[in-house]
Design a binder for this molecule. Structure first.
Ligand SMILES: NC(=O)c1ccc[n+]([C@@H]2O[C@H](COP(=O)([O-])OP(=O)(O)OC[C@H]3O[C@@H](n4cnc5c(N)ncnc54)[C@H](OP(=O)(O)O)[C@@H]3O)[C@@H](O)[C@H]2O)c1
Length: 345
C-alpha cells in the first residue's frame, strides 16, 4: 500500500481552509490515503478536529518551534491563514528547509494569497487597464512589490529559487457563498467570506445599500465550493505527478469565474434589504467619506479599486467552475438572511 500523503493545513477553522478539509472528509480514501495535520489556535476546537480524523496541532502560525517542526514533517503545506503574514511565510520556509535537509525531498508549499495583488487603485475602468493572466509570468512580474500581499508572495518566490521546496501560490478573487459541510454545520469553521458580509452589515445599519464612488469598479469572483475543488485538484497533481506541477514563477493560480461590479453587488444587497423589510429604497447610495471610514477603515480604498485577472492556468488543470455572477447576485439575499438569523449581521 502506498504511504499516506502527509499534509499540513493552516487555517482549518477558516472559510477557505474549512472548505478544503470538508472535501477531504467526503472522500472514501480520506483515512487510507491522507495524513492531514491541522494547525488550530483554539485548544477547545483542536480535539474536535481529531475526532473527525485530522491530527490537530495547537498553535499560531507565528509560533516558531511549532511551525518549523510541523512543516518539516509533511509532503505538502497548505497555508490558508493570513496572506499578509511575513512571519508565517518565513517560518514555513524554515520548516521546508528542514524537511529538505532531513529527507532530501522538495515538499510543496501551496500558499493562499489573494487577487488583491492585482488591484488597480483607480475609480473606474479605462481602456488601458490590464487583465492579469496567471499563465503569463512575465506579466505577473511587472506587479509592484508594494501591491497588497505581494511582499509575502515575493518572499516565497525568492526562497523557492534556492531549490529546497516548490511553491504554488493560489490567488482567490472575491470568494462568495455560504460554505456548507460538517465543519461548518458543527461551528468548527467560519462559513462566511469577508466582503459580502462586511458590505451587507454596513447596508443593514444604514438601511440602504452602498458602494464606494459610483461602484463602477470590477471585481473577479469565485464560489467557495469551487475554490475548494481547485485545491483538491492541485493537491492531487502534487501527489500523482509532482514533476508536472508548474511552480515558482510559473506556479501562480488565479481563481475566478466571471466578474461583478460593486454597483451590481450593492443593488442586489439593496433589493434584499427591501425584500427583508430592512430598507425602504433598493437603489444604492454612495458611502460618504465618514461612512467609508466607519464601515471599512483601511480597506475602503481597496473596495473602490478595479481588480482584473483570469484563471488560465487553473483551468488548464481541468478546474471547471460553473457558478457565475448570476449565482453570486442571486445568493445575496439568502446570505443576508443567514447572517441575521445567526446573529452575525
Ligand atoms: N475569503 C475571500 O474572499 C478571500 C479572497 C482572497 C484571498 N483570501 C485570503 O485567504 C486567506 C483565508 O481567508 P478566509 O476567508 O478563509 O479567512 P477566515 O475565514 O477569516 O480564516 C482565517 C483562518 O486563519 C486562521 N488564523 C489567523 N491568524 C492565525 C494565526 N496567527 N495562527 C494560526 N491560524 C491563524 C484563523 O484561525 P482562528 O479561527 O483561530 O481565528 C482561521 O482559521 C486570507 O489570507 C485571506 O486574505 C480570502
Amino acid at each position: 500500500m502506498a504511504p499516506r500523503t502527509k499534509i499540513l493545513l493552516t487555517g482549518a477553522t477558516g472559510y477557505i481552509g474549512g472548505s478544503i478539509l470538508n472535501r477531504f472528509l467526503a472522500r472514501p480514501d480520506f483515512q487510507s490515503s491522507f495524513d492531514i495535520r491541522v494547525l488550530v489556535r483554539s485548544p477547545e476546537k483542536a480535539p474536535k478536529f481529531d475526532a473527525l480524523g485530522f491530527k490537530s496541532i495547537v498553535g499560531s502560525h507565528t509560533d516558531e518551534e511549532v511551525m518549523i517542526q510541523a512543516v518539516s514533517e509533511v509532503d505538502i503545506v497548505v497555508g490558508v491563514t493570513d496572506c499578509d503574514s511575513i512571519p508565517a511565510a518565513e517560518l514555513t520556509i524554515k520548516g521546508l528547509k528542514k524537511h529538505f535537509e532531513e529527507t532530501g525531498k522538495q515538499a510543496f508549499f501551496i500558499q493562499t494569497s489573494g487577487a488583491g495583488v492585482y488591484l488597480q487603485l483607480t475609480d473606474k475602468m479605462s481602456e488601458t487597464d490590464v487583465i492579469y493572466d496567471d499563465a503569463n509570468p512575465d506579466q505577473i512580474e511587472t506587479l509592484a512589490p508594494t501591491q497588497p500581499h505581494r511582499n509575502v508572495d515575493l518572499k516565497i518566490l525568492d526562497a523557492e529559487k534556492e531549490g529546497f521546496f516548490k511553491s504554488c501560490i493560489v490567488l482567490p478573487t472575491l470568494v462568495y457563498g455560504v460554505a456548507t459541510g460538517p465543519l461548518f454545520d458543527s461551528g468548527l469553521s467560519n462559513s462566511h467570506s469577508l466582503l459580502i458580509p462586511l458590505i451587507s452589515r454596513a447596508a443593514l445599519e444604514r438601511r440602504r445599500a452602498g458602494m464606494i464612488g459610483q461602484g463602477k469598479n470590477v471585481c473577479p469572483i469565485v464560489e467557495i465550493h469551487e475554490v475548494a475543488d481547485f485545491y483538491i485538484i492541485l493537491i492531487e497533481k502534487c501527489i500523482k505527478s509532482p514533476d508536472a506541477v508548474p511552480h515558482g514563477r510559473e506556479g501562480i493560480y488565479n481563481l475566478e469565474n466571471g466578474n461583478c461590479t460593486y454597483y451590481d453587488l450593492a443593488e442586489a444587497i439593496g433589493k434584499a434589504l427591501v425584500a427583508l423589510g430592512r430598507g425602504d429604497n433598493s437603489t444604492p447610495l454612495t458611502f460618504t467619506p465618514e461612512e467609508e471610514k466607519k464601515y471599512f477603515g483601511a480597506y475602503a480604498p481597496l473596495f473602490g479599486a478595479d481588480c482584473r485577472c483570469i484563471a488560465t492556468r487553473a483551468r488548464s488543470f481541468g478546474w471547471d467552475p460553473k457558478m457565475t455572477t448570476a449565482d453570486l447576485l442571486g445568493g445575496v439575499q439568502k446570505e443576508i438572511e443567514i447572517l441575521i438569523k445567526t446573529g452575525k449581521a
